[in-house]
Design a protein around this ligand. Sequence first.
Ligand code: GAR
Length: 199
Amino acid sequence: MTLRVAILISGGGSNMEALVRSMQGDHPARPVLVLSNVPGAGGLARARALGVRTATVDHRAFGGDRTAFEAELQRHLERARAHILCTAGFMRILTPGFVDRWAGRMLNIHPSLLPRYRGLDTHARAIAAGDAEAGCSVHLVTAELDAGPVLGQARVAIRPDDTPESLAARVLGHEHRLYPRVLREFSERLAREGAAGRP
Ligand code: GAR
């Protein structure tokens, strides 16, 4: 059976594009929906250009009611019959209720070598700490922010003249290779286990 992947974005969607482009040929999964919480996010046009269906659920329309916002996300995901959910530059914190529904099926990419630097400003924090290397991690999403089991990492040397911007750009190139590799491995395992029955 083909696994159906939905991708949540908030911005430019370069990781989304890398994931979508990777799901071809003998890949066990296919992209079925790109969902943004930001109307007009750059990644939406990018997804449409790649032939992937898109939808927007603007969190601001829910006036801080996160449960109602997430219920609407869930409605789109169920309509798309998604088995796997990938967050890719999705900048909202999801509640434990939503995360639990996707337990073991939701992946995220984070721009640090977890468990170091959960949250924001990861590259600036790595440089300020004098770290020799930075990187990115793909992990399963659990209720605690950026704390789920790590499925794969890529390491990048920090140069003496790096700024947070130059480091972010170099790490992003690695993200585009890491996330597709981990999604493929994850999908292959799920397909083998034949456990594709949700939501
Ligand atoms: C990526 O660097 C991703 O790791 C990061 O946002 C960027 C999104 O870029 N995610 C987070 O910081 C999540 N906490 P993209 O929209 O071009 O994929």
